[in-house]
Design a protein around this ligand. Structure first.
Ligand code: MG
Length: 244
């Protein structure tokens, strides 16, 4: 991505939202598929749990639900398969079962380029806020090892902190409040269409990165201000974006 293309993206963003200036102070960052290469195991665990339940589904469709809370995903599929609302008890039990399956699979790696991306934000004095639809303690706990100092515990929005979840802007609005920042001071970094939609609706400068099978067009359609083909390429461009 050239400096001119980056400037054009920022100009389009300002025009679209009617903001005067883009002054990045905080980065609101998704976890699964953005920091951790975990989606292949999440989709496998979802598919296994739902199939056992008698719900017809494909593994790939779970990439499209990425960003929703587990409870919302369960509600959606139970409704579709059985034509009724899932109970709170069921949501808890089924999410625990899915999490159990996930934890049986190999340890997930970080997304290539993600540690460099987070280091770059830290070097530029950008506040980092984790904004995830996940509530899985195993993944949340390892962020301290994989990204030392990258994600302070008081600056995390998880499934426990939200009522609606992505694609609703709520999680990112709450992230902005934690960072004490306005939308034009925030970058959102996401890999999934529902997450991109949430970031864009919250008014942040929303950067999408393709790290899985979702085509870039879906990320543009969801409202991304920029789309990168890899986290490595975002890490390369980030100093230019932050210095605009
Ligand atoms: Mg994600």
């Amino acid at each position: 991505m050239t400096e001119q293309e980056i400037q054009d993206s920022i100009d389009r963003y300002l025009l679209h939202h009617g903001f005067d200036a883009f002054n990045p102070r905080a980065a609101l960052i998704d976890m699964d598929g953005t920091l951790l290469d975990s989606m292949k195991w999440h989709t496998r665990a979802w598919h296994r749990m739902m199939t056992e339940l008698g719900v017809e589904c494909t593994r790939d469709e779970f990439y499209l639900y990425e960003g929703m809370t587990g409870a919302a995903t369960i509600a959606l599929l139970i409704k579709r398969a059985f034509g009724r609302e899932a109970t709170d008890e069921e949501k808890r039990e089924l999410y625990a079962r899915k999490t159990g399956y996930f934890n049986e699979y190999p340890r997930v790696e970080t997304v290539p380029g993600a540690t460099r991306m987070v280091s770059c934000l830290m070097d530029h004095g950008i506040t980092r806020v984790l904004v995830t639809g996940s509530g899985q303690p195993s993944n949340l706990a390892r962020l301290d090892d994989d990204f030392p100092g990258g994600f302070p515990h008081n600056l995390r929005i998880t499934s426990r902190d939200v009522k609606f979840g992505k694609p609703h802007p709520e999680p990112y609005l709450k992230g902005m409040a934690l960072a004490k920042s306005e939308p034009w001071e925030c970058i959102v970094i996401e890999n999934a269409p529902l997450g991109v939609e949430a970031g864009a609706r919250a008014g942040a400068f929303t950067i999408a990165v393709t790290t899985g099978p979702i085509p870039p067009e879906e990320l543009w359609k969801a409202g991304a201000d920029m789309v990168f083909p890899s986290m490595e390429q975002l890490a390369d461009a980030l100093p230019v974006i932050l210095n605009r």
